[in-house]
Design a protein around this ligand. Structure first.
Ligand code: FES
Length: 381
């Protein structure tokens, strides 16, 4: 040992390691979700970035899509929030809550849902009020699972449970200080440090205010877009499938859910010259192959659809989607029935079998009778 070493006795106290450094951090800083990640844990937060930005961007998109889709913010009609809520009352463990708290205010509920999705998505993307946003994302995804996806079997075909799990992961992990939007006046009003002015509560309130304001601005922009470009949604698709040539027997289809724009257009086609017999839906003359005619099933009160297939035969189905109760629409080019809400596809040539989920089972077939002499089509007994 050199003389220099003898002057400086060796300390047996362990050097402070990463754990000791963590213990020395004040509780306020420990709580702060924006604390920079230690190098060892930084990889975790980097690994979570794809999930974070995917679910964040998807929620913003989903919220905007709801606001822009002219069918969604309606109390009734195919693809409307009112129709979806009604469907939830048939097959959801939350049916009672939906009936009491949501069904009387469908448009308000749809608007708040869209606004919440946008705010949650922005929280994930910007890192503002991050853990609360992610927790809210998990909660709203769970709500969707218990309503919109409840009838999807097996459960793994439904999209909402994976979203709930993803959001929960983000809520538990935090953002580790990565990709957080720095708002200058927020740092002044509620510093993110150990100073006396630092206040996690005040910071959370301010971040929540910023997020709410940003969500309103984004929603407003989406609403203006929808007003300007009414007729197409964010996916760029038309708002309804064309149903050419179908004529509507007077009185049929005028109650219950409003017809889609395409179906409404079809209903204005000239009616058959001969007065329809009682209970008659259409005639073989008026219903050309590859056309469809919406009507209301007098027995159930459900929207229903009569279809003349390409081979000339005629079939009829209850038009209530077996997923969450939206009204399916006929697509003449493909000859298939599609659901505007979550994309289920049914094949009318094979008893409305499900070609694409999330609908769990085929549409209910309705018996019809075709009078060979007159060509009149009526519902069977
Ligand atoms: Fe969801 Fe039809 S209601 S796919």
């Amino acid at each position: 040992m050199s003389r220099r070493d003898r002057r400086r006795p060796v300390s047996l106290r362990p050097m402070p390691g990463p754990d000791a450094q963590m213990r020395s951090v004040s509780p306020a800083r420990m709580r702060a979700a924006s604390a920079p990640a230690a190098p060892s844990s930084r990889n975790l937060f980097v690994a979570l970035l794809p999930l974070r930005f995917f679910v964040g961007a998807t929620f913003v998109y989903a919220g905007l899509d709801k606001l822009i889709d002219p069918r969604f913010l309606q109390a009734t009609g195919p693809g409307s929030i009112g129709e979806q809520l009604t469907g939830f009352t048939h097959a959801s463990p939350l049916a009672g809550l939906v009936t009491v708290f949501a069904l009387p205010f469908p448009v308000l509920i749809g608007f708040l849902m869209a606004l919440a999705e946008i705010a949650i998505g922005l929280g994930a993307l910007t890192g503002l009020l991050y853990r609360a946003s992610a927790a809210a994302g998990a909660a709203i995804s769970l709500l969707f699972f218990l309503t919109a996806s409840w009838t999807v079997h097996p459960y793994y075909y439904g999209p909402d449970l994976p979203y709930a799990a993803g959001w929960l992961t983000l809520a538990l992990a935090g953002h580790g200080g990565l990709a957080v939007l720095r708002v200058p006046f927020l740092a002044m009003l509620a510093p993110d440090d150990d100073s006396a002015e630092a206040s996690p509560g005040r910071r959370a309130v301010l971040q929540g205010g910023i997020l709410a304001a940003a969500a309103v601005v984004v929603a407003g922009a989406g609403g203006m877009w929808g007003a300007l470009f009414r007729g197409s949604d964010l996916r760029g698709s038309d708002t309804g499938a064309a149903v050419p040539g179908a004529s509507l027997t007077p009185g049929v289809g005028t109650t219950g859910a409003s017809p889609s724009p395409a179906i409404a257009a079809a209903s204005t086609a000239p009616a058959s010259a001969a007065p329809p017999a009682a209970g008659q839906l259409a005639t073989l003359t008026s219903l050309k192959p590859r056309t469809a005619l919406p009507f209301v099933d007098p027995t159930s009160g459900d929207p229903a659809i009569l279809i003349r297939l390409a081979n000339g035969s005629v079939v009829a189905f209850d038009a209530v989607c077996t997923h969450a109760g939206c009204t399916v629409e006929y697509d003449p080019p493909s000859g298939l029935l599609g659901c505007p809400c979550h994309g289920a596809v049914f094949d009318p040539t094979h008893n409305a079998d499900v070609l694409q989920g999330p609908a769990p089972v085929p549409l209910a077939a309705l018996p019809i009778v075709v009078n060979k002499a007159t060509g009149a089509i009526t519902l069977g007994g």
